[in-house]
Design a protein around this ligand. Sequence first.
Ligand code: NAI
Length: 246
Amino acid sequence: MEDKKVVLITGASRGIGKEIAKKFAKNDYNLIINYISENTDLEELEKELKYNGNEILFVKGNVANYSECEEMVKQAIEKFGKIDVLVNNAGITRDGLLMRMKEEDFDSVINVNLKGVFNMTKNVIPYMMKKKSGKIVSISSVVGVVGNAGQTNYSASKAGIIGFTKSLAKECASRNIYVNAVAPGFIQTDMTSVLKDDVKESIGAQIPLKRMGTAEEVAKVVYFLSSDESSYITGQVINVDGGMVM
Ligand code: NAI
C-alpha cells in the first residue's frame, strides 16, 4: 500500500485552515481535519478536500482543552499510525482596548491561540520524536511581531507562538523536527470580514502591495515550510503580509 504523508490541521473547516488543507490534499497528503463547530457540514467539506483518493479523518475538538487534544491525536494515530506535519492554525479574536477588555476576553484568546498550540504540539511531538522527523508550522500574525492597538490579548498570544516556536526548534532540531511560524498580515477571511469598510481601507493603505492577501497565499508558504524545499529553515517566522511589516 502506498504510504501517503499525513498532516493534521487545526481549525481547518474554513478560512486559512481550509485552504491549507486543500494545498496538502492536492500534494497527495492524507488529512486530519480538526473542527469545533457542531454546524460544520462535513459532507460538503469532504467533497472540497478530496483529491487523488486521499483519506480524510475529521476530529472534533477544542484546541484549548488538553484532554480533547489528546483524544484527537489518539484517533489520528489509530487511523494513520503517524503524523508527518502539524499545522496549528485555529485562532480567535476578542478585540478591544485594554481599558475595556474583560478578563475572560484575555483568557479565551490566550487559551485558544497559545495554549492550543501547546496542547496540540505536546501530544503530537512524541510520535515525531520516535520517527525522528516532523514539521510543525504554527500560524502567528504580524501583530504578534509589531503589536496593534485593541489587540493586547491577540498580539500577546501570537507573540507567544513565536517564542514557543523558536524554543521548540532549538529543542528538536537534533531529532530532525522543524518548527516554524507563519505571520500573515491582512488576509480575506471571516475573521477580517467583520471589520468596517473604512478600517479595511485604512489598513489597506499601509500595505505596500495595496491589497489584502488570500488564504491561498498563506497556504503556499505553510506548505513550503512543511516540504523538503525548506530543508535548512527552522525556528523562523515568515511574514506573509504584502510588505506590511519589514
Ligand atoms: P477564521 O475565523 O475564518 O478561522 C478560524 C478557525 O479556527 C475556524 O475554523 C474556527 O472554527 C477554528 N477555531 C476557533 N476556535 C477554535 C478552538 N477552540 N478549537 C478548534 N478550532 C477553533 O479565521 P482565519 O482568518 O482563517 O484564521 C486562521 C488563523 O490565521 C488564526 O490563527 C488567525 O489568528 C490567523 N491569522 C489570520 C489573519 C487574517 O487576516 N485573517 C491574519 C493573521 C493571522
